[in-house]
Design a protein around this ligand. Structure first.
Ligand SMILES: [Zn+2]
Length: 206
């Protein structure tokens, strides 16, 4: 069930899996010894997920999928960088995934830290925390310029900006979208409900 999916089939499988997670009626598919052994020589994941590193955003759990199903790339606040783009290009060009999901979530610590930083209130010493925050800062400033200060509004804008940055910078990814081989979905994960709410869809996933 995991190979040769269309973007639409792959996204539907993700939607179905998240519904099972939300309802608590989990299938825990493809997590056994047979699956592990079958995958040892070759992986054919049916989606790539680029999401926040937040411990509550466990990719395979919230979509009720198994070993070899997702190619997962995560960092705090899902911030684009060269190694992120390289990983996603690998997922698209080499592994042929039909969907990239960019997944943010409510009450994101990285977004909150950036809002605090813009307000001059960020309490963190790490030089690389500040570098990460600097990359989200333009989104917070753009949201503020539109009169949006709520963290949910900033998070939605950040997901859109992240997708734009990915498509602008990666020719391989944007070409796959143009060719109809790849869909990109941007979504917000609701921590309490466990629901994945799409914000942006590009390509054939309807
Ligand atoms: Zn987060």
């Amino acid at each position: 069930m995991t190979s040769a999916k269309t973007p639409r089939e792959a996204w539907q499988a993700m939607v179905d899996g998240n519904k099972r997670f939300v309802s608590g009626n989990l299938a825990h598919p493809r997590q056994d010894i047979d699956r592990r052994e079958a995958l040892a020589l070759k992986q054919t994941p049916f989606a790539a997920l680029f999401g926040c590193a937040d411990s509550r955003l466990s990719a395979e759990i919230i979509f009720d999928v198994g070993l070899g199903d997702f190619f997962v790339v995560r960092n705090a606040g899902q911030v684009i960088g060269e190694t992120i783009l390289g990983s996603l290009e690998y997922a698209v060009e080499v592994l042929g995934v039909p969907v990239i999901l960019v997944l943010g979530h409510d009450e994101c610590g990285a977004i909150r830290a950036t809002i605090d930083d813009v307000d001059g209130k960020l309490q963190a010493e790490g030089a690389y925390i500040h570098k990460l925050v600097e990359q989200i800062r333009p989104t917070v400033l753009a949201a503020n310029a539109e009169g949006k200060h709520d963290i949910d509004d900033v998070t939605e804008l950040h997901i859109q900006d992240t997708i734009n940055e990915m498509l602008t910078n990666s020719k391989v990814i944007s070409a796959a979208v143009k060719a109809g081989k790849l869909a990109v979905v941007g979504a917000n994960y609701k921590l309490t409900l466990g629901e994945v709410h799409p914000i942006v869809t590009i390509g054939d996933v309807a």
